[in-house]
Design a protein around this ligand. Structure first.
Ligand code: ATP
Ligand code: MG
Length: 410
């Protein structure tokens, strides 16, 4: 089928009343950015839907890009036919039926709507004329009003006929950027990229904060986190990746804090540092990948003892999901295979064999007093590096790829 445009229906934003204009504007901007690789397309945002005119660009590629844009309820690839060319409408409808109902005995119906009320044919006339044409060409099919296999929609508008039969569910959610900005604590694991996806889905713009501890953690561990950020960027546009050196803090904690509280105190530092970055960068909240009860640091007592360092809202999008549910989403957003690659991150390496599952907040505060908290934090923040990561950008195995190319040349 040679489609001429993709029609996008808005998600929840249609219920937002006075904010509607902002939401449509932001969605328009996000779609425009996501579709930058397709220079010929033209986007026309309207009150209740958006038309993406293809001008010859590939509809399939555009639709898979749209699958990553939040705020889209559904979309339909459409063929637009000139209002003077009703014969062509019949032809297009037949092509669609042939595509969607290839075998004898399948059912179809024509569903016409008309906003151009002065048009010479009314909806019934159009249904009958197109239906007759298809019955002549495909006598092996049956017409069925209720739940047909194929429903061809014909819209009669002043500027043309719009013919379609597919309606695809979009990414849902709210356009990224409509809900303010937050920091997302990104590790190299399974859960935090999923948390990132879910935060974006609610319209939050996120910046990634990643703690790394060279030489205890390898370059690959850092690159893995960056590559995960690239996967997330497919939903967000280019993302800001903030890497925070954590070695000195971890070494100091290891030296000064009793083993049972290593993990709690480390997490308190991570959270305080993330919160300072948030304040510097005008974020409103912190997101992480914690799931209640999943591991020692994620009991409610543990969360309380860690959360003690800030009053900033901490949102945990996967808090109540089972691991299998989190993994399902990780597979869907294509982060799972990357997340399970075995590069130890900084928490695994300094993890005590038996962290306290019920840490006491007062004790955590007390043990911390032996440390020069502010100096340690100042030095960590001074070593922060910030980069922008593009959708699909690769960081792992770059040398492998080069070696491969060289060996192919030889
Ligand atoms: P994940 O799969 O996201 O790594 P996890 O189940 O392994 O989660 P933890 O390692 O206990 O859980 O981490 C809990 C959360 O703390 C992570 O989801 C992430 O938000 C944050 N976190 C852990 N390690 C780091 C890190 N190195 N940098 C930034 N955030 C981190
Ligand atoms: Mg982890």
């Amino acid at each position: 089928m040679k489609y001429t445009e993709v029609m996008v229906r808005y998600g929840e934003l249609s219920t937002k009343g006075k904010n509607r204009k902002d939401f449509i504007g932001r969605l328009n901007g996000n779609i425009t950015k996501a579709l930058r690789p397709f220079p010929e397309i033209r986007i026309h945002p309207k009150r209740d839907r958006m038309h993406i005119v293809l001008n010859g660009e590939d509809a399939t590629a555009i639709m898979s890009t749209l699958d990553h844009v939040f705020g889209i309820q559904t979309y339909s690839p459409v063929v637009r036919v000139s209002i003077d060319d009703f014969e062509q409408v019949k032809q297009v409808a037949l092509e669609m039926v042939n595509e969607a109902a290839p075998t004898a005995g399948m059912s179809y119906k024509i569903n016409t709507r008309r906003s151009f009320h002065d048009y010479e044919l009314d909806t019934n006339d159009v249904n009958l004329a197109v239906g007759d044409f298809i019955t002549d060409a495909r006598p092996d099919l049956v017409v069925k009003m209720k739940q047909p296999d194929v429903k061809v929609r014909v819209e009669v508008r002043r500027d043309g006929f719009y013919v379609s039969y597919l309606t695809v569910q979009g990414a849902l959610g709210l356009p990224v950027g409509t809900a303010g900005k937050g920091m997302l604590m990104l590790s190299g694991g399974i859960d935090s990229p999923v948390a990132a996806y879910l935060a974006l889905k609610r319209g939050v713009e996120i910046e990634m904060v990643h703690f790394y501890s060279p030489p205890y953690t390898t370059k690959d561990a850092l690159n893995k986190a960056k590559e995960l950020a690239g996967k997330i960027a497919a939903y967000a546009g280019p993302v800001t990746f903030i890497q925070v050196p954590f070695t000195e803090i971890q070494e100091t904690i290891k030296e000064k804090v009793p083993e049972g509280y290593l993990m709690t105190v480390q997490r308190r530092f991570m959270l305080r540092l993330t919160d300072q970055l948030r304040a510097q960068r005008q974020g409103l909240a912190i997101f992480n990948g914690e799931s209640v009860g999943q591991v020692a640091s994620q009991t409610l007592e543990s969360m309380a003892a860690i959360n003690d360092v800030t009053t900033t809202p901490i949102l945990r999008p996967v808090a109540t999901l089972d691991k299998t549910e989190i993994i399902d989403i990780a597979r869907k957003i294509d982060t799972f295979d990357l997340s399970v690659q075995p590069f130890e991150d900084c928490c695994t390496i300094f993890a005590p064999p038996q962290p306290k599952t019920h840490p006491d907040t007062q004790k955590a505060r007390h043990y911390e007093q032996a440390l020069a908290i502010e100096d340690l934090e100042q030095r960590a923040l001074a070593g922060v590096e910030i980069t922008k990561i593009q959708a699909g950008e690769k960081f792992l195995h770059q040398d492998d790829a080069v070696n491969q190319e060289i060996s192919e040349l030889l």
